[in-house]
Write a protein that binds this ligand. Structure first.
Ligand SMILES: Nc1ncnc2c1ncn2[C@@H]1O[C@H](COP(=O)(O)OP(=O)(O)O)[C@@H](O)[C@H]1O
Ligand SMILES: [Mg+2]
Length: 429
């Protein structure tokens, strides 16, 4: 970075100012150009110091951080304000955003999140300068605050089959781990168990979540990264898991806020929207009916993996689902067929025949009862010890194909399709 990012710190407690300054001294791209103890002082100094980014305490003596934010932006319109507040001030935070703050952090911020937020704010400032910032980017939400600088938002991959027992959960769980292996420990992978009533991702991974998606749902319109952190479970591989509710009746909490005409579940959609900027991949395991949860996932997915085994009832179900997608104008280039449980020695339907009846498959996964059942029964994903088995290797191959496919340039889906599809899905439910 040619120029350093000019930062101003506003906090009435000297110790806090010094702590922040010290944290920032570790970032060679950042220069603290001014400090102020009150809002009035900040307004006074901002025109002289001309910072790129201001770290603004929300509680200040005299005029508070919110009023000060409005004033400093009035004085220097390009300045980016990051609000700092103690926990539990969400009302204030909303007002701060209205006053023009870009972002907020909870005190005391971690070094990484602080620097990420500053870099991100600086990028926004530069975009403002070039006029490339859309209006929608002005209202930064809490969700964006966990998004590291320069990283694109997650690709969402939903794993679905119309019938149970075809291997969705097996694929979703092991794919999350294969992607982590493929992309390295820095990659941020999230696995969401969208089979809300009977989800068993936690069983496949031997997790005992203290909290689940049922605890997240009531806050769907008001999510913040800390709440999310209390609910995700981190698997040893680094994959972050959002587990399904502990019992079927708990899933009802997703029913409340609904009623949209396109039929997708508002709460589930809000959760997906919230996690998306914070990860590189979000994998969604699903139940087997076409319901509002699936439609929410479908709406947001870059890729839907349609799983079938080479047996007639499942192939028929998958075909019917594809037909439905077609009728509803869902972009079929976003569907990837996976034939699971392929056994060349037995009398099953040949995968090539399935492909002819549907579409080319993105992968064939071999039947391997020993590996798959052992894994399911032990609660140890195949990728832990079975990565070298043919099934493990095929799952790794699937991860590679997916990564290639979702990052390949694709033609835009015509806007008309989206609205037609929504109308169609709404009628369906
Ligand atoms: N390729 C495979 N070979 C053998 N068994 C498999 C294979 N894939 C999955 N299984 C087994 O099939 C059962 C159902 O898989 P699961 O992932 O729970 O399906 P779903 O989520 O679609 O209901 C599990 O016991 C799993 O271990
Ligand atoms: Mg399942």
């Amino acid at each position: 970075m040619a120029d350093r990012i000019r930062v101003m710190i506003v906090d009435d407690v000297m110790e806090t100012r010094e702590q922040l300054r010290k944290l920032l001294s570790f970032d060679p791209d950042v220069e603290v150009v001014a400090m102020a103890a009150t809002g009035e002082e900040a307004i006074e100094i901002v025109k002289r110091a001309y910072p790129d980014v201001i770290l603004m305490d929300i509680n200040l003596p005299g005029i508070d951080g919110i009023a000060a934010t409005a004033k400093v932006i009035e004085a220097v319109p390009t300045v980016q304000v990051i609000m700092l507040s103690v926990q539990g001030e969400s009302d204030y935070l909303r007002r701060a955003m209205m006053a023009g703050a870009r972002d907020y952090l909870t005190k005391p911020p971690g070094a990484d999140e602080l620097m990420d937020a500053i870099h991100r704010a600086y990028v926004l400032k530069q975009k403002m300068g070039t006029g490339s910032l859309g209006v929608s980017a002005v209202a930064t939400t809490a969700g964006a605050s966990a998004k590291p600088t320069g990283r694109a938002e997650a690709k969402i991959v939903t794993v679905y089959s119309p019938k149970g027992g075809t291997g969705c959960t097996t694929v979703a769980v092991n794919l999350s781990m294969a992607l982590q292996n493929l992309l390295g420990p820095e990659a941020r992978i999230c696995l969401i168990d969208g089979n809300l009533q009977f989800g068993d991702v936690s069983i496949f991974m031997k997790l005992q979540p203290a909290r689940t998606l049922a605890d997240l749902a009531p806050h769907a319109s008001d999510l913040d990264p800390e709440l999310l952190n209390t609910i995700v479970v981190t698997y040893a591989s680094g994959v972050k898991v959002l587990c399904a509710p502990a019992s079927p009746e708990e899933a009802e909490v997703f029913d409340e806020a609904d009623g949209e005409e396109h039929g997708s579940n508002n709460r589930f959609r809000a959760i997906l929207e919230f996690v998306r900027p914070q990860f590189d991949y979000v994998l969604v395991d699903t139940a087997h009916q076409v319901d509002d949860i699936l439609l929410a996932a479908l709406d947001m997915s870059d890729l839907l993996l349609l799983i079938t085994r080479p047996v007639i009832p499942e192939i028929r179900g998958a075909r019917m689902f594809l037909d439905l997608c077609g009728k509803l104008h869902y972009d079929l280039s976003r569907v990837g067929l996976v034939v699971n449980g392929v056994d060349n020695k037995r009398m099953g339907i040949q995968p090539e025949a399935i492909e002819r009846a549907m579409m080319p498959a993105i992968a064939h996964l071999p039947m391997d009862e020993r590996t798959a059942l052992r894994s399911a029964n032990l609660g140890e994903p195949i990728m832990v010890k079975g990565a070298r088995t043919p099934l493990g290797q095929a799952l790794t191959g699937l991860a590679e194909k997916i990564h290639e496919r979702v990052h390949a340039p694709v033609a835009e889906e015509p806007a008309a399709h989206e609205s037609q599809r929504r109308a169609g899905l709404g009628r369906l439910l």
